[in-house]
Design a protein around this ligand. Sequence first.
Ligand code: TYD
Length: 208
Amino acid sequence: MKGLFITFEGADGSGKSTQLRFLAEYLEERGVSVVRTREPGGCLVAEKIRELLLSKDSEMDGVTEALLYAAARAAHVRQVIRPALDAGRVVLCDRFIHSSLAYQGYGRGLGTDLVWQINKPAIDGCMPDVTVFINVPPERAFERMNENKVHDRLESEDLSFHQRVFDGFTQLSKGEGIISIDARGTKFETREIILQKLMPYFVSAGIL
Ligand code: TYD
């Protein structure tokens, strides 16, 4: 039995982590076996790379940054994601390849071709079945993000960086396998939209 791999993407402050939690709770209440995980992180070595990536002392160029995100992803895929999918579980992952494409590809200006090249061996064919892009205008996400006083290295970038990341996500969401969710309403309204959009995937995978 093959599980279902769903990733959540969006700007810092978009509310994607809350939506991932809502979906996990919905599925678990219905007896579905869910793995909740996140990037960068999800396993010991990747969580260590996360610390390095998010620390404000870690000055680095864009290529180094992209390679570190990919290294964390390689470990996460092999140690957590693929084994869970092979066991028939639903994997809900907070960020995945589209974050690298948006932040490093568009935000840092590396371009999506290079970011794909770097990530190919990391992902090793383990692509999401579907990606949910929580679409919140960047000014609003930026405002929400700034309500939290402590910022990590990426969050500390200026609005123009976050605008490029958002434009990147918008471009990416025109592609296949990614659903853009209008998240301007309340978090409960957004939850309903996500459930409705994902239901066909659960039904066709025989999960609900
Ligand atoms: P996240 O865990 O979403 O931060 P928070 O929990 O504080 O919302 O993500 C950490 C940061 O890493 C976020 O700013 C986005 C960035 N990121 C990339 O730049 N590239 C990537 O491939 C991933 C997975 C995340």
